[in-house]
Ligand binder design. Sequence first.
Ligand code: FPP
Length: 246
Amino acid sequence: MNLKESIQSKKLPEHIAIIMDGNGRWAKQKGRLRAFGHENGAKSVKRTVETCTELGIKHLTLYAFSTENWNRPKLEVQTLMRLLVSSLKKEIKTLQDNNIKLAAIGNLKLLPKKVFNELNEVMDQTKFNSRMTLTLALSYGSREEILNTVKEISIKVKNNIISPDDIGESIINEHLYTQNLPDVDLLIRTSGEQRISNFLLWQIAYAELFFTKVLWPDFTKEHLYEAIMEYQKRERRFGKTSEQLN
Ligand code: FPP
């Protein structure tokens, strides 16, 4: 049995989320500009989407641009936005051919008009695809998402649409950007940093965390297999004992 088959014969994570880190350092190591790192990061995105689709992963969420990333030099922000538009234009056909739905989470109103429009166009064209959902976190911050949720629920309580007694996990889930997604099963971060950096704080409550030193542009199919194999070795107890699980 090859690696891919042995992974698929065990329980797959339904939802993988990735903090794609290390583009800048990868470029620096090569004496190149950061933009070169991001361009190669985009190639890694393509590879990872292909691998997840082949394996049968249902949801892949990528941290492409955080609320904090707006503070980067203007030129770098422009480069990332341009790369996003060109990748969307280039990959729409691949998404369609592979039955992949594109979704986005974050404060999308802050995106430049061109990016916002292109993104909406691709999301609209792929909205009925069902093999896998690829969600891009753009202008995303988890605390902001939770704050918005609290505000929206408070307004509904104030207007007697819901009662405080109704507020439970499901009401909160329904108000998050990720309302259509299941909880994250496996969170991967590349580049050796072991932080969550304001990504999906509510949604990773029971996720398995996998940190690798590999820089994002170097992240290959085999690295993803390794992360999934590690996930499959772990015992997810959700607060129960091993005996209860057996
Ligand atoms: C982290 O590397 C990466 C980002 C901030 C952006 C991620 C963007 C891409 C992978 C490119 C295109 C994305 C799509 C969806 C087509 P870093 O710049 O923080 O690296 P460093 O920590 O080494 O400086």
